[in-house]
Design a protein around this ligand. Structure first.
Ligand code: CAA
Length: 396
């Protein structure tokens, strides 16, 4: 019996109502804006409104997928995040409720820094392989937040992706094998008592580069493709120049050419969205995939690599083949709108949003109505989170 092709059938993104331009941040800090634009490869970062969080972004990303395909065959929701809103309840349950999905569904949350959406994709693939009539909704949603005034401040951001994993997919057929690598290190982490991550920036860059090469070597040991076969590489992008650093390191480790043109061909189309959104942790590598599919029309039947890194650390390299006709199924207009329609804010407003004063005693607290998205966090009450539809459309 021939195994069915399994992979990403649909991919949709969502981000926040606000953005902070890095020129604004540079002006406030007295830094040369070129450090952020050229040195990090970032133009702006998404900033959540007071009534936005990982749930509202994930639901906004998923809505257009449900509208296009229905939910009858979705029996599993996997929610990848490292900025969860509850230590017990999976954030996917709120999304399930907001979208009115069938009760015959299993829902779970996955965490391993920025890596867990890749694990979710692998688990989804296994479920679909077991029963190709079923579909899995994979959500990845994160708010990347560091302390103000630190070197990491310019690498914040927020976004979500939703992916429908099915048999006979229209966008990307995932291949076997993948390459994996894990090492217990402390390059970036967030203890339960902190709302902002702790990071050793230099160590994290070195760890990311090493993990990429190790995962690549594992991929090759298991019979993976040669580097030269790939049309493009979708890296996790805490800042877009990180993809360039890691890919240069990978090419050099294999003795391949790593000139500026080689790097741009491999990476530039996959960096367009991340450059504008900032870091989005678990969603980042899949925003890179959305950006690639939206900005290149020459990928029919060509292999692409997804390179996922989560501090702490786990890396995985996936390969997939782009399905002919994929351009008929991408969501370029909606993705571009979500990014371009964000409202720019000044440093003072960003500061207020960065450090909100929220009750932790269960008292009733209403959030101001700000988001232009389809769902909002309306209130915190009795230690519960109350989400509501806004009546506004999601991207289509
Ligand atoms: N014009 C042009 N370029 C300039 C410049 C200027 N005026 N000033 C500085 N630069 C360049 C620097 O040369 C440097 O480039 P190279 O690395 O290519 O040499 C770049 O701008 C950044 O400058 P610094 O190294 O001086 O920046 P920094 O030390 O202040 O902070 C950072 C950079 C360490 C990445 C920091 O933003 C940080 O800690 N970020 C969070 C951690 C992170 O993103 N790590 C990535 C790997 S871990 C991971 O991927 C998981 C995750 O999501 C967190």
């Amino acid at each position: 019996m021939t195994e069915p092709a399994i992979g990403i059938h649909d991919l949709s993104l969502a981000t926040t109502h606000y953005r902070l331009d890095l020129a604004t941040l540079a002006h406030h800090l007295g830094t040369d804006p070129a450090k952020f634009h050229t040195g990090l490869g970032q133009d702006a970062m998404s900033v959540p409104a007071a009534d936005e969080d990982i749930v509202t972004m994930a639901a906004a990303a998923a809505r257009p997928i449900i509208d296009r395909h229905g939910a009858d065959r979705i029996r599993t929701i996997l929610f990848a995040t490292e900025t969860g809103v509850d230590q017990s309840k999976a954030a996917g349950l709120y999304v399930h409720g907001l979208l009115g999905l069938p009760s015959a569904c299993r829902i779970v949350e996955l965490k391993q820094a920025c890596y867990s959406a890749t694990a979710a994709l692998q688990f989804a693939t296994a479920l679909v392989a077991r029963d190709p009539t079923q579909q899995v909704l994979v959500l990845a949603s994160d708010i990347a937040k560091y302390e103000r005034g630190t070197a990491a401040e310019a690498t914040q951001g927020a976004a979500a992706v939703a992916m429908l994993v099915t048999a006979d997919p229209r966008l990307l057929r995932l291949e076997v094998p993948s390459g994996v690598f894990s090492a217990d290190i402390s390059d970036f982490w967030r203890p339960n008592y902190r709302s902002e991550a702790v990071v050793d920036g230099r160590a994290s860059i070195t760890a990311y580069q090493k993990a990429t090469v190790e995962a690549w070597n594992d991929y090759r040991r298991h019979g993976g493709r040669d580097l030269s076969e790939f049309a493009a590489f979708c890296y996790h992008q805490p800042f877009t120049n990180m993809a360039y650093k890691a890919h240069r390191h990978l090419l050099e480790s294999t003795g391949a050419a790593a000139g500026a043109a080689d790097l741009d061909t491999a990476l530039a189309a996959a960096a367009v969205y991340n450059r504008a959104l900032g870091n989005s942790y678990s969603a980042s590598a899949y925003l890179a995939l959305a950006s690639l599919l939206d900005h290149r029309d020459d990928l029919d039947q060509r292999p692409v690599a997804i390179i996922s890194y989560g501090s702490g650390s786990v890396a995985e390299i996936l390969s997939g083949v782009i399905v002919p006709g994929y351009r008929n199924h991408v969501r370029t207009a909606a993705n571009t709108n979500a990014i371009d329609l964000r409202e720019p804010i000044g440093y003072a407003r960003y500061e207020e949003l960065h450090d909100p004063e929220l009750p932790d005693d269960g008292s009733h607290h209403e959030l101001p109505a700000e988001t232009s998205g389809p769902y909002r966090l309306a209130a915190l009450t009795g230690h519960k989170r109350i989400y509501q539809p806004t009546g506004r459309p999601a991207g289509t």
